[in-house]
Design a binder for this molecule. Structure first.
Ligand code: MOS
Length: 735
C-alpha cells in the first residue's frame, strides 16, 4: 500500500448501506416492482411422495377470481431433465420444475397458480385437486434396510475418506478410550427473507430479480434448466435478507417464476411462504456421527476415528463433511475419517452455515471433552497439549496456526479456572457449569473479478456480481477501495449483485470478503498505478497519490482528474487468482469458545449465562461487521446446541415443524452477554489483504462449549443435539 494510505481497513466503519436499509430504500426481491404489471405465483405442494400424479384437477382454480394461469406438468414449458447434465454439479444442473408426473418428495411443487393478486393466487391454490399414487420411499437414513453409499465428493473437503497411521493398532494400544455415537438433527437455514424471485422475459431474454448468494453459476442453472444460453439471462440480487447456505444456488421459486412469466407473458413474482421454505429450499441433513478416540495415560492423543452418515436428496449431489474438523484440530499418529450417505426421497439437502464444522465440532469437541475428563486433565490443558504442529492428516505445514493462542486468550478473558466436579457448582436451584471447545474452519480463496470506474468528478464506482447477504460486503469493499486508492469513503459507490458485472466468488464458505476484497484491491491498485503513469506522462513525479473531490494529489500539489481520465471516466479491471496463493500449506481460521450455563434442578431448563469467543481470522477488515459476524455465528451455535431441529415424520417423509413457532431459533431471551475477542493478525499467505474467513467461524465450537458446560453442571453427557430439558430431567439430583 502506498504511503498516503488512510488506514480505513479494519476500522469499525458503519454500514454504508445502513441508511438505505433502515429507510426502506434497499430493494429486496419481493419489494421489486417491474414496469410491467406483475402477476403473483403461489406454489401448490405435493402432500405425499414419492410417487406419480394420478390426477390433477385445476378447473376450479382456473375459474377462480383473478387467476391468469395454473401451471402443471401438463402445460409447463419444456425443460431439460432435472439433474442434467450429469457432470454439472448442484449449482448449475437443470432444476426443472413441473417437468413430469413424478413427485420427488413431500412439498415438491405440483402446480403454480398465477393470479392478479397474491390473495387470489393463494385462494385458488387451495382449489387445485391432486391425487398422488405413492410408491415406497426412503426417508430415514437410520432405518434398517437402507442402501449406504460413499458420495463422489464432499462439500468443502478434498477427500471423502482419509486415513493416516494404523488406527486399529493405536486405538488398541490406548490407555484411555472414548467410543460413542452422536446424533445431530436436521436443520433449516431460516433466513428472515424467504426465497423470492421476480422473473420477466423480454423476447428470448430472461431477467430475474432473486435472492441468491452466488450469482454466476445461477446463470448456468437457468440455461441448463430452460435450454437457453447463459448470456440470455440476467440475475439481479442487490440485497439478500440472509442466506446461510440455503440461497447459494437457484431454488424452486426461481424456476417456477421463469416458467410462469414465459406462459403468461407478464412479470411473475414467486415468494416462498415460510412453510414453503421447509420443503422448497434446502436443509441440513440429520447425521449420525460415530467417534472413537484413544489417548495414552498422559493425555496424548493416539487414535481418532470419525464416521459420518447423512441423507442425500435423490439426484442432488451434496454431502456435508462433519469429519473435516477432526482431520485438522489435534495431532494423533492415527486418524481415520469416513463419510457415507443414503439417497432419500426428501427435500434438497445442501450447505447450511459452517457446513461440516457446525455439526462436526459439535460432536468431536464433545468427545474430546469426554476423553480429557477420563484422562483427568483439564480440557484447556488437554487441547493445548495435543495441538498440531503440522496438518495431522496430510502432514503439510499449517499456515499461521493460532489455535493455542485462541485457547489461551479465551481462557484468560473468560477467567477459566479449571474444571470442577460435575454437579458440584450450585446457586440455589440452579446447577452451574462451564465448558469450552476449539473452533476451526478451512480458509478459502475463490476466483473473483472486479471493475472500478473513476469519473472526472471524483466519483468511484466499484462493480462486481458479489452479493451482500447481510454480512457487510458493501461496507468492507468500500473500505478496501478507499484505502487502496486513497479516496474518501463518501466518493465511493459499491454496486453488487448484477450478473452484468464481473463474476466473483459470491457469498459462501466464508470466502467472500477475502476473494472479492482482493479483486477490488487489485483493481484499485491498478487504477492508482494508471493515474501515476498519466501524471508521469505530464512530467509530474507521483510515487504516491490520493484522490480528493475531483483532484488528484501528488507530490504536494493537486491536479484535475478531468485531465487524467478518458472520456470522463477511467475503467480498470482487477482480479484475484487463488493459484498465486497456493503454497502447499493448510489454512484455517481458529477460535476457542467458553460458556457458562445454568440448569434448573427441578425443570431441567437450560440457560446460557455467558458465552465468550477468542478468534483468529487474520486481519480484520471491519471491526464492527466482523464482530457482528462472530456474534451471529455464536447465536447460531446456541441454536445448534439447544434449539434448532427440523423434525420429520419418517413414516411419510414430511417435516412437521414448518414455522418459527415450532422451529426454534435463538431469540433475545436465549442469548446471554456475548463477548468477542479478535486476535490481531495478518495472514500474508492467504490473500493480499491478509484476512481469513470469519462468517462461519463463530458457529464452530460454540455448540460443544455449551454442551460441555451442561455436562459440568449436571454430570450428564448428552450425545444428541439439540439438547433439551427432557434429556436431562431424569439425571438431575432431587432438589
Ligand atoms: Mo455458506 S453454508 O457457504 O452460506
Amino acid at each position: 500500500m502506498n504511503e498516503m494510505t488512510n488506514k480505513i481497513i479494519g476500522t469499525p466503519l458503519d454500514r454504508v448501506d445502513g441508511p438505505a436499509k433502515v429507510t426502506g430504500q434497499a430493494t429486496y426481491t419481493a419489494d421489486y416492482r417491474p414496469t410491467g404489471k406483475t402477476a403473483e405465483g403461489f406454489i401448490v405442494e405435493a402432500a405425499a411422495a414419492p410417487g406419480k400424479i394420478r390426477k390433477i384437477d385445476t378447473q376450479a382454480a382456473e375459474a377462480s377470481d383473478g387467476v391468469i394461469a395454473v401451471l402443471t406438468h401438463h402445460n409447463a414449458p419444456k425443460q431439460n431433465p432435472y439433474g442434467t447434465p450429469e457432470d454439472a454439479g448442484r449449482f448449475t444442473q437443470s432444476h426443472a420444475m413441473l417437468e413430469s408426473d413424478h413427485v420427488r418428495h413431500v412439498g415438491d411443487p405440483v402446480a403454480l397458480v398465477i393470479a392478479e393478486t397474491l390473495e387470489q393466487a393463494r385462494h385458488a391454490a387451495k382449489l387445485v385437486r391432486v391425487e398422488v399414487e405413492t410408491s415406497e420411499g426412503t426417508f430415514d437414513q437410520f432405518a434398517a434396510d437402507v442402501e449406504i453409499a460413499k458420495p463422489d465428493s464432499l462439500d468443502g473437503a478434498d477427500e471423502v475418506d482419509t486415513s493416516t497411521g494404523d488406527f486399529e493398532k493405536e486405538f488398541a494400544a490406548s490407555d484411555v478410550t472414548v467410543e460413542a455415537s452422536y446424533f445431530t438433527g436436521a436443520q433449516h437455514s431460516a433466513a428472515m427473507e424467504p426465497h423470492a424471485t421476480v422473473a420477466e422475459w423480454g423476447g428470448d431474454e430472461l431477467t430475474v430479480h432473486m435472492a441468491i448468494q452466488i450469482v454466476a453459476p445461477g446463470l448456468k442453472a437457468f440455461a441448463n434448466t430452460l435450454g437457453i444460453e447463459a448470456d440470455k439471462v440476467r440475475i439481479l440480487s442487490p440485497f439478500v435478507g440472509g442466506g446461510f447456505g440455503s440461497k447459494l444456488g437457484v431454488h424452486n421459486d426461481a424456476i417456477l417464476a421463469a416458467l410462469g412469466a414465459k406462459v403468461t407473458g407478464r412479470p411473475v413474482r414467486v415468494v416462498q411462504t415460510r412453510r414453503n421454505v421447509f420443503s422448497n429450499a434446502p436443509h441440513r441433513s440429520k447425521h449420525r456421527q460415530d467417534l472413537k478416540i484413544g489417548a495414552d495415560a498422559s493425555g496424548k492423543l493416539k487414535a481418532i476415528s470419525h464416521d459420518s452418515l447423512a441423507a442425500m436428496a435423490r439426484n442432488y449431489p451434496f454431502a456435508e463433511a462433519p469429519a473435516s474438523p477432526t482431520r485438522a484440530s489435534y495431532f494423533a499418529p492415527a486418524i481415520k475419517t469416513t463419510h457415507r450417505v443414503v439417497e432419500a426421497d426428501i427435500p434438497r439437502v445442501d450447505s447450511m452455515r459452517a457446513p461440516g464444522e457446525a455439526i462436526g465440532t459439535l460432536t468431536f469437541e464433545t468427545a474430546i471433552d469426554e476423553i480429557a475428563e477420563q484422562c483427568g486433565i483439564d480440557p484447556v490443558e488437554f487441547r493445548l497439549q495435543n495441538d498440531a504442529d503440522r496438518d495431522p492428516n496430510s502432514g503439510a505445514p499449517l499456515a499461521d496456526r493460532r489455535l493455542s493462542e485462541c485457547i489461551r486468550e479465551g481462557a484468560k478473558k473468560f477467567g477459566w479456572d479449571g474444571r470442577v466436579t460435575p454437579g458440584s457448582r450450585r446457586e440455589g436451584n440452579k446447577l452451574i457449569g462451564r465448558g469450552m471447545a476449539s473452533a476451526i474452519r478451512p480458509n478459502f480463496l475463490v476466483p473473483a473479478e472486479a471493475e472500478v470506474v473513476l469519473s472526472a468528478n471524483g466519483q468511484l464506482r466499484v462493480r462486481l456480481d458479489m452479493t451482500d447477504i447481510g454480512t457487510g460486503t458493501y461496507t468492507i469493499l468500500t473500505q478496501v477501495a478507499a484505502e487502496t486508492l486513497a479516496i474518501p469513503v463518501d466518493q465511493i459507490t459499491v454496486e453488487l449483485g448484477d450478473s452484468h458485472f464481473p463474476a466473483s466468488s459470491g457469498s459462501g464458505g466464508s470466502f467472500g470478503a477475502a476473494s472479492c476484497g482482493s479483486a477490488v484491491f487489485d483493481a484499485c491498485g491498478k487504477l492508482s498505478k494508471l493515474l501515476q503513469q498519466r501524471l508521469s506522462g505530464k512530467g509530474i513525479a507521483a510515487n504516491a497519490i490520493s484522490v480528493e473531490g475531483d483532484r488528484v494529489r501528488a507530490g504536494g500539489n493537486d491536479y484535475a482528474l478531468a485531465d487524467l481520465v478518458d472520456d470522463g471516466a477511467l475503467t480498470v479491471k482487477g482480479a484475484v487468482d487463488p493459484s498465486e496463493f497456493d503454497h502447499g500449506e493448510e489454512e484455517y481460521s481458529y477460535g476457542a469458545l467458553f460458556s457458562e450455563v445454568e440448569v434448573d434442578v427441578d425443570s431441567g431448563e437450560i440457560r446460557v449465562r455467558r458465552l465468550l469467543g477468542a478468534f483468529d481470522a487474520g486481519r480484520i477488515l471491519n471491526e464492527k461487521t466482523a464482530r457482528s459476524q462472530l456474534m451471529g455465528g455464536m447465536i447460531f451455535g446456541i441454536g445448534g446446541a439447544l434449539l434448532e431441529e427440523s423434525t420429520m415424520d419418517t413414516r411419510y417423509g414430511s417435516f412437521m415443524n414448518r414455522d418459527f413457532a415450532e422451529y426454534h431459533i435463538a431469540v433475545n431471551r436465549d442469548v446471554p452477554e456475548l463477548e468477542v475477542h479478535m486476535l490481531e493478525g495478518f495472514s500474508e499467505k492467504s490473500n493480499p489483504l491478509g484476512s481469513k474467513g470469519i462468517g462461519e467461524l463463530g458457529i464452530c465450537g460454540t455448540g460443544p462449549a455449551i454442551a460441555n458446560a451442561i455436562y459440568e453442571a449436571t454430570g450428564c453427557r448428552v450425545r444428541k443435539f439439540p439438547i433439551h430439558m427432557e434429556d436431562l430431567l431424569q439425571h438431575l439430583p432431587q432438589s
